[in-house]
Design a protein around this ligand. Sequence first.
Ligand SMILES: NC(=O)c1ccc[n+]([C@@H]2O[C@H](COP(=O)([O-])OP(=O)(O)OC[C@H]3O[C@@H](n4cnc5c(N)ncnc54)[C@H](OP(=O)(O)O)[C@@H]3O)[C@@H](O)[C@H]2O)c1
Length: 228
Amino acid sequence: MGIELADKVVLVTGASIGIGREIALRFAAAGSRLALTYFEHTTEAVVVAERCRGLGAPDVIMASLQLADDDSIRMLFEAVIDHFGAVDIIVNNAGVVVWKPFLEQDFGELETQLAVNLTGVMKLTWVFLPMVNDAVITIGSTATLHQSRTPPTYCATKWGLRGFVKALALEHPGKRIVSVHPTVTATRMNDMQGMPPERVAEVVMRVACGDIEVEPGGDVDVREHANA
Ligand SMILES: NC(=O)c1ccc[n+]([C@@H]2O[C@H](COP(=O)([O-])OP(=O)(O)OC[C@H]3O[C@@H](n4cnc5c(N)ncnc54)[C@H](OP(=O)(O)O)[C@@H]3O)[C@@H](O)[C@H]2O)c1
């Protein structure tokens, strides 16, 4: 491990369940101080925060976040900066998908996916970036690395994010700004089918600690690194 994660302040969005929960648990085991977010799974979020403390995270706050709501993003920023002063690493993990063909999705479903997965992540990054000391790791999708049968709207949000990360990294060369792309993973989002989320989290941790080196704005394909 090149980069020490103990005592680092790490913000993980969407840490109540799925991939985000596994990422949070691993940072906790590394001794990081944690700002975690949930949206609807309040009870699960409380349990995750407790588990993180039990694993050795010296300081954990759990806050609600609705990425489609500007005020919610600002309130999260104020809560995190009031508590920790700054952030070392952001993991932009939270996301949604509507599993319907494009023409069966109404405008509201299109807008929600764009608001949560793309503009919400961009706004959260905009708000936090000046206070980020080290890294912004954004969870994309292997649907942006090859043509896939992923629903087109979700696909568009993740391609947008990938482009955002690439351009942002060139504007901010002093920070590590990269994408990590999971393949189909066994979470709620994917009907619990696919790669265990723990393996995705391991790859994120290897990026965070510098074990996997990534060029600015670069892409980490989880399939190439899981269990490597
Ligand atoms: N699973 C896959 O096959 C797969 C493949 C490629 C990429 N990914 C990406 O991996 C990331 C994590 O997905 P996952 O599979 O772990 O999904 P998940 O199990 O459905 O978890 C999604 C997380 O995002 C949070 N969230 C949902 N809507 C939100 C909103 N409007 N505002 C803020 N947070 C919100 C959820 O909070 P609550 O649960 O508290 O509501 C939850 O913590 C996503 O970016 C996803 O696109 C997943």
